[in-house]
Design a binder for this molecule. Structure first.
Ligand code: DC
Length: 227
């Protein structure tokens, strides 16, 4: 059966990456976490004191950034590398979450990332998660899922994830960050997060990870069966 592209868009911390990773494994597809790319750019900007409001500095920094993915057997997914350095853990920290929406709202940053994402998925079965995959990166994707969940439930999940990695963050700080990111991600000019008519809504507030994975795999199979 010919492979296809699955676009998983939605709000922060509603399980997109966990779902995408498992769906990709079940279907033998590649998984591309586009949020990790914006996080890696944010890390570079942070480390190099790039002024976000200075287009020349941003452009110069972008020309110095090389983002690659390399499969990590232990995680069963790809780690993101920034200029050859594995930054998978660093980019998940709270200080990156606090700046990534502002970085990803910058038009030239988006243009550079979208172009790279389109190249990466051109000839293969791919599950790509992000905010603008079904609208900008692959508007012709056959399968589009728009994921959301109650903000407090998302904050609790995120807090557990951070804790597992040894970072203790107050629930309210996480909740405020999630709400702020929802607003910035949905209202920015370039590639805002929106649900297109052809995207299927999946509210994960009361779903288990297995249920989320089954939902997407079933959707995939039913779409491919109708071809
Ligand atoms: O999925 P995530 O939380 O790791 O994404 C981090 C940020 O990157 C998120 O706040 C918005 C931005 N992002 C984006 O603008 N477009 C994408 N395709 C993916 C992420």
């Amino acid at each position: 059966m010919k492979k296809t592209i699955i676009a998983l868009d939605g709000h922060s911390s509603c399980g997109k990456s966990s779902t995408a990773k498992r769906v990709a494994k079940k279907l033998g597809y590649a998984f591309i976490d586009t949020g990790a790319m914006y996080r890696a750019v944010s890390l570079y900007f942070y480390d190099n004191h790039v002024t976000l409001t200075n287009p020349h500095e941003v452009e110069k920094a972008l020309s110095e950034i090389r983002i690659t993915f390399h499969f990590n057997e232990n995680r069963g997914a790809s780690d993101v590398f920034l200029n050859g350095l594995n930054v998978e853990d660093e980019i998940r920290k709270m200080y990156i979450s606090q700046m990534v929406s502002e970085v990803s709202a910058i038009t030239i940053v988006r243009k550079a990332m979208v172009a790279q994402q389109q190249k990466m998925a051109k000839h293969r079965g791919v599950v790509m998660d992000g905010r603008d995959i079904g609208t900008k990166v692959f508007p012709d994707a056959e399968i589009k899922v728009f994921m959301t969940a109650d903000p407090t439930i998302r904050a609790e999940r995120r807090q557990r994830e951070l804790l597992e990695k040894g970072e203790m963050v107050d629930l309210n700080v996480i909740l405020e960050n999630i709400k702020k990111r929802d607003v910035i991600d949905s209202t920015r000019e370039e590639g805002p997060l929106t649900k297109t008519k052809d995207a299927v809504l999946m509210d994960t507030s009361f779903m288990t990870l297995d249920e989320q994975v089954d939902f997407v795999v079933q959707l995939h199979d039913s779409v491919l069966a109708k071809r």
